[in-house]
Ligand binder design. Structure first.
Ligand SMILES: Nc1ncnc2c1ncn2[C@@H]1O[C@H](COP(=O)(O)OP(=O)(O)OP(=O)(O)O)[C@@H](O)[C@H]1O
Length: 659
């Protein structure tokens, strides 16, 4: 017996009888022998089964039981970290083990695995990072790519990477790699063709039924209609029918949380008490997990979530899903290096996934805040991210994995040529790649940058900060931007909020303001009460500190002087940022609006920016968001003289106005 197994057995705990009963009544449970035989017979197996049929939680356990872990671990990838964490926790309970033992998870900035781990749930992005160290993924005997229909950039790249790894392992006579692709709602023929006509297995049935309701008339204001639906149902349904409401983003969730809290106060005594649980990507893992906990008896839990709860997750007690029918997606503005966040209709596949979150532990109901006709006109599947997003990170990763010509990479669907070209152009301008007659290689800087789990623009800014002597500050700014949402948009009057926030405000812009906040938070010894008094999000700031710690470790590995500080001379910090975000510069026009330098997009400063009233001549921005108008967010003032210093090649084609 291997030492690992001894370990494992000593840690086995009794599995609660109701958990055992639950798992043994799932539809996949009845077909496990057939399923395992198919997997044994085939190199690649495509499995399609209804939401809640038990694919994600059970199939990895079957494979473990049938000894598929002899030659390596089983990886199960998820597009989102909340799914990876919660599913891993569930499977740990079902196998009677502690999380991190037999069953572990690995998401960005968090690795809960040990040498005993055999079933590893992880985000697709993390497996891709592992491929950078070993493109044959030799630690794994089986790779399960779950929720493949989502077609995130990372999932799509992984499909090509595992296909190549499988082939190469045969050539090099390494133990064979099995690949399993799963979803409830994918275009199976397309996937099957990609994997040399791999067989498709259908798992019939779900444990509990779901009742679908549509709006009678189409609604102009989906947010308003959603909140109205929540209140109508809140009046009608018993308190133990918990709600899961799908919305588009953090701002919307926070606004809705406030309106629900206000109305609930007015209804005090007439309706059950409410526990509101926000759920969005920027929330730290621990805060996200609150949504999965039981409320006090007699209280209704209302989870307000973005699409991060759309796939794979099971939230206890959810009997009602309320789907606003919209989603915020990132898409590329053609011909630019710029991505934009935009609110748009979901696809039918997403609507089914959302519906699948009800009826997991008992029968459920879905309320769609759109009509059946509207639903029938939704696109069938979401557009793959590789066809609509900035591809710089992906190309950098492909090169780091050792793919010599990413233009010819085996994508399930090829990205449009212009997207690939603009990514190459941007990477060249960032100094990360060299292209010589069709052969593209990473520069030394590119190699170093690819070891950071950051957008290349931020890793470039970090390396520039190393040159300019402000890594200490840059690490804080990047960490805050990676965790987002340090502000609490509290229910207090605006003037009071502004006067409190003005303590941190910098005339230089939002990045220095965020730096001031982070420094003051550290100065308060990371005090919760201090955050409360300053309307700052304590949990997110703690998460920021965690991210920062991990980035410091990576800096140490790359010989970056992580404690070099620019003190109060934050000009250099802005200059370093400009080195990474040089494509994101906007120029003030005589008419009072801004235009992005490269592509002449008309944009406005977002009202949340400290520069909203200042109107400086040139600003760099972190992101572009479209909510009715096109807004630029998270800004810093830049001196036009800095532009050619930040990137002479790029800025030589512009006429920059004197300030
Ligand atoms: N965290 C959990 N707590 C309680 N029950 C759970 C949990 N996770 C899963 N389950 C139970 O296991 C069932 C199957 O979940 P699983 O995620 O394996 O299904 P699936 O077929 O992969 O669905 P999906 O396509 O929605 O991911 C759920 O419907 C639920 O009954």
């Amino acid at each position: 017996m291997a030492p690992d197994d001894k370990n494992l057995i000593s840690n086995v705990k009794p599995v609660p009888i109701e958990v055992k009963r639950q798992k043994e009544s799932l539809p996949v449970y009845y077909v496990q022998t057939k399923l395992v035989n198919e997997i044994i017979k085939n190199a690649v197996t495509i499995i399609i089964g209804e939401t809640g049929s038990g694919k994600t939680t059970q199939i990895p356990q079957f494979l473990h039981k049938y000894d598929f872990c002899k030659n390596g671990m089983i990886a199960v990838t998820q597009p989102r970290r909340v799914a990876a964490i919660t599913v891993a926790n569930r499977v740990a309970v079902e196998t009677g083990s502690d999380i991190g033992d037999l069953v572990g998870y690995c998401v960005r900035f968090e690795d809960v695995t040990t040498s005993s781990t055999k079933l590893k749930f992880m985000t697709d992005g993390m497996l891709l990072r592992e491929a950078m160290l070993d493109s044959l993924l030799r630690r794994y005997s089986v790779i399960i790519i779950d929720e493949a229909h989502e077609r995130t950039v990372q999932t799509d790249v992984l499909l090509g990477v595992v296909k190549a790894a499988q082939k190469e392992r045969i050539v090099r006579k390494f133990p064979f790699l099995k690949v399993i692709i799963m979803s409830a709602t994918m275009d199976v023929d397309h996937f099957s063709r990609f994997f040399n006509n791999a067989p498709v297995i259908f798992i019939a049935g779900r444990q509990y039924s779901i009742n679908i309701n549509y709006a009678k008339n189409s609604q102009d204001d989906y947010a308003f209609s959603t909140v109205a639906t929540v209140f109508q149902l809140h009046r009608e349904l018993p308190a133990d029918h918990h709600f899961l409401v799908f919305l588009t983003g953090q701002d919307e969730i926070e606004t809705m949380a406030r309106s629900i809290a206000t109305v609930a106060k007015e209804l005090h005594g007439q309706t059950p008490p409410i526990m509101i649980c926000p759920l969005f990507a920027a929330l730290p893992s621990q805060a996200q997990l609150k949504a999965f906990k039981d409320p006090p008896i007699g209280t209704r839990k209302i989870v307000l979530s973005t699409n991060i709860a759309e796939t794979s997750v099971t939230i206890d007690g959810i009997k009602c899903v309320i789907d606003c029918g919209m989603v915020k997606v990132r898409s590329h503005i053609s011909g630019t290096g710029l991505d934009m966040l935009k609110v748009q209709r979901i696809s039918q596949a997403q609507a089914w996934q959302r519906a699948g979150r009800a009826g997991r532990l008992s029968e459920g109901t879905v309320y769609r805040v759109y009509t059946e006709d509207q639903f029938n006109n939704f696109q069938k599947m979401p557009i793959p991210e590789v066809q609509r997003c900035n591809l710089t990170s992906v190309i950098l990763q492909l090169l780091a994995i050792g793919i010599k010509n990413p233009m010819k990479f085996d994508f399930l669907d090829k990205p449009p040529k212009e997207l690939l070209e603009s990514a190459f152009k941007e990477l060249e301008l960032l100094g990360t790649i060299k292209t010589d007659e069709d052969v593209c290689t990473l520069t030394d800087l590119g190699k170093k940058m690819s070891s950071f789990p950051l957008d290349p623009r931020f890793s470039k800014a970090l390396f520039a900060a190393n040159e300019l002597g402000c890594v200490e500050e840059m690490l804080s700014v990047i960490s805050v931007l990676s965790s987002e949402g340090v502000f609490v948009t509290a229910n207090v009057d605006r003037e009071k909020l502004e006067s409190i926030r003005s303590k941190f405000s910098s005339t230089e812009g939002d990045h220095v303001t965020l730096l001031n906040i982070y420094k003051s938070f550290r100065g308060s010894k990371m005090n919760k009460q201090w955050c409360y008094e300053n309307f700052l999000n304590y949990r997110n700031l703690c998460y920021t500190a965690e991210i920062r710690k991990q980035l410091v470790d990576l800096c140490l590995q790359q010989n970056i002087k992580h404690s070099r500080s620019c003190g109060s001379n934050t000009n250099v910090l802005r200059q370093a940022l400009l080195n990474g975000l040089f494509l994101n510069v906007a120029e003030l026009q005589r008419e009072g609006h801004y235009v992005t330098l490269g592509t002449r997009q008309i944009v406005q400063i977002h009202p949340s920016s400290v520069l909203f009233r200042t109107k400086p001549s040139y600003v760099l921005f972190t992101e572009l968001v479209e909510t009715g108008k096109r807004y630029i967010r998270q800004l810093s003032i830049v001196d036009p003289d800095w532009l050619p210093l930040a990137n002479s090649e790029y800025f030589k084609r512009f006429r920059i106005n004197e300030q």
